[in-house]
Design a protein around this ligand. Structure first.
Ligand SMILES: *Cc1c(COP(=O)(O)O)cnc(C)c1O
Length: 425
């Protein structure tokens, strides 16, 4: 789109601008391949000398339209869809880290990312150091090494609901000549745009609020285009020196601000192939069209329920940054002035069994391994998503053993409160 539109307009209209006689709604290009008139045209595509579609593992018009919408919402220069949030976080880091490299990451991250970074990427020869995101800059600085390639954190952590001081993280990353990657899944660009606070790359599990209806697993990476790879060329040879697998092309030279996403597409996606199915991108786009409406309602409902829970004497603690006495309230007011998200972490008085009993008693709110969709749901991370982690790892990841993660949907809030009340017994 030519003019700079506001987020609500971008949600509805960005990414697909049909010409005369074309479908009003973004079509699903359900095709693995694309036709050309002669061999020369095709060859130029393979050499990245021309842009165009040739095989859906690399690019597909439906996906590109949705990636463009997400990039516009985040205020970035380019985006890429992936088959899942896991793939997005893996590619975001692996695009600039190789065997022998190192990166630094907050402990307050999603359990799946925790395993990916600390176990699987270690097997690839990439080391990672966890840091407490609330520690001082001096303390966090100690984790950096000459071979450190990025800093990683979540805007609002899943499931601990800790709010990241993005400006502080950006300062530390840039002082060390590396980009800051922020997983913005829980906040969504409706409530926070990390690029405005200095983040360089943003990732999403689009499976959550963006899809919003629990229909399609997916992910996205967006590049701000702000990080100067050439200024730290020795750290990022994959972007600043010739790529032998592309006839000696150098990404920063040929693609400038688009270097990072072009490499992610041309190399990561070509070789590892976690592309989002065009059908799922279509469903994701339907979700995005109402993201601004839903996120607002999720936040209103969650605020009411967090306040209600914090007044209830069966509840031991509530972590929701919208509560004035919350340790993250000040950070939330700075980074999330319009609301944080619909996810509340809380604990009940009594034993772990108390939490299980409460969850089993819920009628409207279901136990599901999901979060951040229209239907309210609940999960006990210590027994479900984070089962693989020891108690110490749980605490490190900001997950108390009694933590109940309540994902507040967009139903009538009185109905939700009534369900919680009866389940507390
Ligand atoms: C769910 C989630 C992921 C993983 O995404 P999938 O789409 O399930 O692969 C990554 N980060 C955060 C913050 C998440 O909530």
């Amino acid at each position: 789109m030519e003019k700079k539109y506001r987020p609500e307009t971008l949600c509805v209209q960005e990414g697909w601008s049909p010409k005369k006689g074309e479908p009003r709604v973004l079509p699903i290009y359900q095709s693995t391949t694309f036709k050309y008139d002669n061999s020369e045209q095709m060859a130029r595509l393979f050499d990245l000398e021309d842009s165009g579609y040739f095989y859906t593992r690399l690019q597909n018009p439906t996906n590109d339209a949705v990636a463009a919408k997400i990039a516009a919402l985040e205020g970035g220069v380019a985006g890429m869809l992936t088959s899942s949030g896991q793939a997005a976080n893996f590619y975001a880091v692996f695009n600039i880290c190789e065997s022998g490299d190192h990166f630094v990451c907050s402990t307050a991250i999603y359990g799946g990312t925790y395993n990916l970074f600390s176990v699987t990427m270690k097997k690839l020869g990439i080391e990672m150091t966890f840091i407490d995101q609330n520690a001082s800059e001096e303390e966090i600085q100690k984790a950096f090494r000459p071979n450190t390639k990025c800093l990683f954190g979540e805007t609002i952590s899943n499931p601990g609901c800790e709010v990241l001081d993005i400006e502080k993280f950006a300062r530390i990353a840039h002082r060390n000549g590396v980009p800051l990657i922020v997983d913005n899944t829980f906040a969504t660009p409706i409530n926070c745009r990390p690029f405005e606070w200095g983040a360089d790359i943003v990732t999403h599990s689009t499976t959550k609020y963006m899809d919003g209806h629990a229909t399609a697993v997916g992910g996205a990476i967006v590049d701000s285009g702000n990080f100067d790879w050439d200024a730290h060329a020795d750290k990022f040879p994959g972007l600043t020196t010739p790529d032998d697998s592309y006839h000696g092309l150098t990404y920063t030279k040929s693609f400038g601000k688009m270097a990072y996403i072009t490499k992610a597409t041309a190399q990561m996606m070509r070789d590892l192939g976690s592309i989002q199915a065009p059908m799922n991108a279509f469903l994701l786009n339907l979700g995005l069209e109402t993201l601004h409406l839903r996120v607002k309602r999720h936040c209103e409902n969650a605020q009411r329920i967090a306040e209600w829970l914090s007044q209830n004497d069966k509840v031991a603690w509530v972590n929701y940054s919208g509560l004035p006495d919350n340790p993250y309230h000040a950070l939330a007011q700075k980074y999330l002035p319009n609301g944080s998200c619909g996810v509340i972490a809380f604990g009940l008085k009594g034993s772990r069994e108390e939490a299980i009993r409460f969850m089993d008693n819920l009628k409207l709110i279901c136990i599901v391994t999901h979060v951040a969709d229209a239907r309210s749901c609940v999960l006990h991370p210590a027994s479900h998503t984070h089962r693989q982690l020891s108690d110490e790892q749980l605490r490190e990841a900001g997950v108390a053993p009694d933590l109940i993660r309540l994902s507040v949907g967009i139903e009538n809030v009185e109905d939700l409160i009534a369900d919680i009340e009866q389940a507390l017994g």
